[in-house]
Design a binder for this molecule. Sequence first.
Ligand SMILES: Nc1ncnc2c1ncn2[C@@H]1O[C@H](COP(=O)(O)OP(=O)(O)OP(=O)(O)O)[C@@H](O)[C@H]1O
Ligand SMILES: [Mg+2]
Length: 484
Amino acid sequence: MKTKIIAGLAIYAVIFFGGGLYVLHLIGSTTSRLDNLIMLHQVEILREHYLIQIRRVQTDLAVRDTRFQRGFDAMVSHVLAMERFIETCFDCHHTPQVETRLTALQDHTRTYEEAISRVMTVRANESRLAFEKDSAFQIGERLTDEVSEMIALTGARLEASTQKALATIRTTTLVLLVLLALGPVVSIALGFILVRGITRPLGVLLESTRRVTAGDLEHRVRGLTYEFGELGDAFNAMARSIKEQMTERQRAEQMAMLGRLSAGLAHEIKNPLAGIKLAMEVMAGEESLSEENREIAHKVRAEVGRVEVLMKSFLTFARPPRPQPAEVDVRAMIDSCLSLYSRSPRLAPDAPNGIRLVRDLWDVPTVTADPAQLEQVLVNLILNAFEAMPAGGTLTVRASSAGGGSAVTIEVRDTGKGIAPENLGKIFEPFFTTKPKGTGLGLAISKQLIDQQGGDLTAESEAGDGTVFRISLPAASPGSGSPA
Ligand SMILES: Nc1ncnc2c1ncn2[C@@H]1O[C@H](COP(=O)(O)OP(=O)(O)OP(=O)(O)O)[C@@H](O)[C@H]1O
Ligand SMILES: [Mg+2]
């Protein structure tokens, strides 16, 4: 948006600065044309005066020796005035061409003056006087023609220059009018574009704020660009964070309620269950009991045992025990955990549907965690892996350091049936199970326990291609991994 505003204002400035410069140029050239015109007019006036002066002298010559003859002094003053006019012409700067022409004119004027001077001085011979008068008159006529021709030429140039000056003035007026008309139009257009560029995204943001305030936390700002785009992204991040926090709070409230409920429920159920279990044990021990009824008593006892386990899991999930942190040697912890399964018939080398156990334990840094809770999680994951490979397979438990020794990763990998993509996002939710007798609490509790240690539990799976669960824990002190 900032770039748009700057570009708009720059175009605006360039148009008017350029227009202003062009108008200045036109005014400058018009002024110089007008100066030229004034000068041409002055030259025209000068030439006309010069012509009048020649005509005066010609008249003096024509009326000489008649009763209209002017005095000698008057005639001399007319000749001198004529000479002064031609000299005035040399006061100005001329092109070499004009200079040559003026010099020729001055020469002609001098020839004329000399002829006049001879007329005025020759007295004795009548016929000589007549000849000189005639010759002076002829020179005067030629001079008159020459000056008249020059005046006609100057007139034509004067006309052309006047037309040019008028054309320049018309162009200047036109450009000024265009600039005057363009000013408001460009201002309005620019203002409209800028105002629209600001009000539209502001409207979108305002509408989004209203919708989020009204509780529509799924609403997202879209279609904004430049700085408003960044603002939109920040708004979306804020809406996402509010939603996450609200979900988290709701979950915490639900868990607290579940905790209270299950604690009460467990308390109420525990004693009657213990009573039933004991009664069933006593009943099963009765000699008079038929074999069929003894079987039933054993089944009831087993089912009561299942309910007890479920109650325990439920209680652990609703009110997870506080972790007792200690420095844990991960490799030792995994070894102790795997030793629990060492006698499992499924791990026997010749077992049908047997499982091959691979230990891939590196020398990893210690972690600060509750060892019992960590072991509980590992048992859960191994149990799930066993259940995922009913036809046998390979179970790999791997410990390695990550993040340059700043974290430890424990992987439990199986080659079982895998998890369907639509279920992958649900496996950590409480009570999600695909097993007929499963509680769906194993992974939910495991995730909770790992979260409590400041770690993370994730799953990766391709349906039909096995599953890997990854526990990440921050290292207590940095170290580097090497094979065990
Ligand atoms: N290694 C695995 N391979 C394939 N699916 C798995 C694996 N681990 C867990 N799952 C899936 O995740 C679901 C939830 O597991 P979770 O441990 O929470 O409960 P459960 O195993 O079903 O029940 P319980 O733990 O009480 O026996 C399982 O039902 C199963 O569908
Ligand atoms: Mg399980």
